[in-house]
Design a protein around this ligand. Structure first.
Ligand code: AMP
Length: 352
């Protein structure tokens, strides 16, 4: 057990690192942020900050030596340098490697017995055209690496769009995946401890716009809830197969024939922000508990219904109105001037 008073290293200094640091501080831990930016938003909250490149092995080693355990708050990190952190890194690099490459991720998920939408590797325009011929349209092309919030994606709605979509994603190695006519989107946010103990949060139903999460709602609709048991079993199977320690998020499409996994995030997730006010233990505290080998906390709901709305770009300018709204919990990430598409904060409303 890593006892309160110890220092938790967090690779990445964005809003997830910031909210992890708040939760860690509540349990008496100190946090040390490692990030290449000059002033990452998590550093405002943490006890220590090292500015360093994610591929700088010497700097990462020094950072690892100065802390008791290390975690990461986003997955687009080179995995090889992090292997030097050894057992201190939780979750390990396996979770990272699988989650950061969409082709690897889909094959891995299928090997665990979970289902994904029909897909093909697409390393050339010929591959895209072959995928169109085999899977039909609509298809979505997604770059294998460095895609997030709908970035690195292009739709092929009819065969003639194959070339323009391939151009739109920068002709990079990609996956071509069937466009799913889903009933709803939802996620399973699960925590797994060192000894395989597991705890699930209630399922948030997620609404995206332009590839970015807008709202998560709990409880989810019946179209989602009927898939709860099988989706949870799939998420547990994935966490187990990865040997994951910490919070893992599995995003799903709810389809009449059952849930399909869209993607996994080896970390706390935007669709779990509602847990700060809505659950007995937040996803952030749960992650800290898991990586420090503390008992996992209760995930019981603290209210009948919860909604979490993201404040994207200029949405954040509404903060004076939101901060005056009775019962609304406003979270601002301290990112300064809003930029289009940037997650600036969120607001959670609970109904008791
Ligand atoms: P992703 O970055 O893969 O999570 O995609 C962002 C969003 O785009 C998803 O949450 C969906 O709303 C939409 N999307 C992604 N893949 C598909 C698909 N195969 N079929 C339908 N919609 C999709």
């Amino acid at each position: 057990m890593i006892e309160p008073g110890a220092t938790i290293g967090i690779v990445g200094g964005g809003q997830l690192g910031r909210m992890l640091s708040v939760a860690a501080a509540q349990l008496g831990y100190r946090c040390h942020i490692y990030d290449p930016h000059e002033r990452p938003v998590a550093a405002d909250i943490a006890a220590e900050f090292t500015r360093g490149d994610f591929s700088n092995v010497d700097e990462l080693r020094r950072f690892g030596d100065s802390v008791d355990v290390v975690t990461y708050e986003f997955e687009n990190l080179p995995a090889a340098p992090l292997t030097h952190l050894g057992d201190k890194l939780r979750p390990g690099t396996r979770s990272l490697e699988v989650a950061q490459d969409r082709a690897e991720e889909k094959s891995f998920i299928e090997r665990t017995g979970a289902r994904v939408a029909p897909w093909r590797r697409a390393d050339s325009l010929q591959d895209v055209q072959a995928a169109v011929a085999e899977l039909g349209c609509p298809l979505v092309l997604k770059t294998r690496r460095y895609g997030y919030d709908g970035k690195g994606q292009a739709w092929v709605r009819e065969p003639a769009e194959a070339a323009s979509a391939w151009g739109a994603i920068g002709e990079q190695p990609a996956v071509a995946e069937t466009g799913v006519a889903f009933q709803a989107e939802f996620s399973v946010v699960v925590a797994r401890g060192k000894h395989g103990n597991i705890a699930f949060f209630d399922l948030p139903e997620n609404r995206h716009e332009d590839g970015i999460l807008r709202r998560s709602s709990v409880p989810a609709s019946s179209a989602v809830l009927e898939h709860g048991p099988s989706a949870r079993a799939m998420a547990a199977g994935i966490a187990e197969a990865l040997g994951h320690i910490g919070v893992l998020t599995v995003e799903f499409f709810a389809c009449p024939e059952g849930p399909l996994v869209n993607e996994i995030a080896p970390r706390v997730h935007n669709s779990g922000h509602w847990t700060i006010e809505g659950a007995a233990t937040s996803q952030f505290e749960q992650h800290i508990r898991a990586i420090c080998n503390l008992p996992l906390g209760s995930t019981a709901l603290r209210s009948r219904a919860v909604t979490m709305d993201n404040l994207i770009g200029d949405d954040v300018l509404r903060w004076p109105e939101l901060v005056s709204e009775p019962g609304a919990s406003l979270h601002l990430y301290g990112k300064g001037a809003p930029r289009p598409g940037r997650k600036m904060g969120h607001v959670t409303r609970v109904r008791t």
